[in-house]
Design a protein around this ligand. Structure first.
Ligand code: GDD
Ligand code: MN
Length: 354
């Protein structure tokens, strides 16, 4: 069976030669190609080109000047450009030992799986390369939560966050993928039903360089998960809730500096409205931006809407109380819910309209 080995890279120069050497040591040269999908800002592309000239097996490089979708986007682009039906996805830093490749390929050869996952958490696998107890705990916990959110589709997968797997490209419905951030396997498995098999492996230490994972990646992951499960509106709601808390904190801070409560409330609201716009641009509507109007025009619409909403909601609440005589807390809750839905609809259909 021939495979395409897709390796997303971001500044991994010192790892390239070692990776290719270790792959060549375990697979026949005529049985695979390596496809680097690279977003580097350093000399990694030049190193890949130099190593490709030395390699017996074909080594290709897709360098992206305008990286789209980060690591996940790179993998989707690799799947589209691969020459073989079976594609391995693996990291370029040797945390995914190439020595596992023959077992992955052999497992796929049994013909009863669309996806073969290299798992740290299947019996016989380890995650020793996860530096520190904190990352290990976060990884374990997020795996549990994720499996709980997709109990059926992830039943057969003990490690949905792994970046090491083999897929039948023809089985993967790549048009359904909206890759954002690091967790591309989860994105694939959660969107459709596949036959999943597993091979345990030992997650190793990095060979050279530093991890690109960050707190921001973690936040992005949580939102990705929420939206994958509950739709775009849930991401919008999470960010709205963060904004509501921030609004209160800023207001309290300004008041403690001696500002009058009305001014504190106005300034806190404006800061929150702007922050909210930046967050939804980045996390909720990122995929719609390129087809929507210009950034300043989106901002103007969003800003105007949110200010109008803030001004209208209070009198609307009084009207509701007068008309129906319901308790004021209930009236506040009703107007907040209506405002939230209208805000979401307005942003989806107007601010980010194609
Ligand atoms: N093209 C591209 N673009 N590649 C990227 C980008 C990007 O924006 N960001 C990271 N990469 C590449 C890295 O160069 C590396 O080859 C691979 O993706 C993994 O990145 P690391 O920085 O090594 O991440 P990690 O080791 O913290 O995370 C890995 O393990 C996690 C499980 O603990 C990844 O495999 C994750 O997907 C996995 O969840
Ligand atoms: Mn790594």
């Amino acid at each position: 069976m021939n495979v395409s080995i897709i390796v997303p890279t971001f500044n991994e120069g010192p790892n390239i030669a070692e990776l290719l050497r270790r792959i060549a040591a375990v697979l026949p040269a005529d049985s695979y190609e390596v496809l680097f999908v690279d977003d580097s800002t350093d000399d990694t592309p030049a190193i890949v080109t130099a190593c490709a000239a030395e390699s017996e097996a074909p080594v290709r490089l897709i360098h992206r000047d305008a990286p789209d979708g980060g690591l996940g986007g790179a993998v989707v682009e690799g799947l589209a450009a691969a020459r073989n039906q079976w594609c391995v996805v693996m990291d370029g830093d040797l945390q995914h030992p190439p020595e596992v490749l023959p077992r992955l390929i052999e497992r796929a050869g049994q013909g009863d799986a669309d996806v073969v996952v290299a798992s740290r958490y299947a019996a016989g696998g380890t995650s020793a390369g996860l530096a520190g107890w904190l990352r290990t705990a976060v990884s374990r916990l997020s795996t549990l939560v994720t499996k709980a959110m997709f109990p059926v589709r992830l039943r057969a997968c003990s490690d949905p966050m792994t970046g090491f797997f083999l897929v039948d490209r023809d089985a993967v419905r790549s048009e359904t993928l909206k890759p954002r951030g690091f967790k591309i396997l989860l994105e694939i498995l959660a969107r459709a039903r596949y036959r999943v098999a597993e091979v345990p492996f030992d997650f190793a230490e990095r060979f050279a360089g530093r991890s690109k994972a960050s707190f921001l990646q973690g936040l992005r992951f949580l939102l990705q998960l929420t939206m994958l499960r509950f739709g775009r509106m849930s991401g919008f709601a999470v960010i709205g809730a963060i904004g509501a808390v921030a609004n209160l904190l800023i207001m309290a801070g300004l008041q403690s500096l001696g500002l009058d409560y009305l001014w504190a409330a106005i300034i806190a609201s404006e800061i929150t409205i702007i922050g909210n716009f930046l967050l939804i641009e980045h996390f909720v509507f990122a995929d719609l931006r390129s087809h929507a109007s210009a950034t300043w025009s989106r901002f103007a619409k969003s800003f105007a809407f949110n200010n109008a909403e803030a001004v209208i909601r209070i009198p609307a609440m009084s009207l509701l109380i007068e008309a129906t005589h319901i308790p004021s807390v209930l009236a506040a809750a009703i107007t907040l819910i209506i405002a939230f839905v209208v805000r979401f609809v307005f942003h989806s259909l107007v601010v980010y309209a194609p």
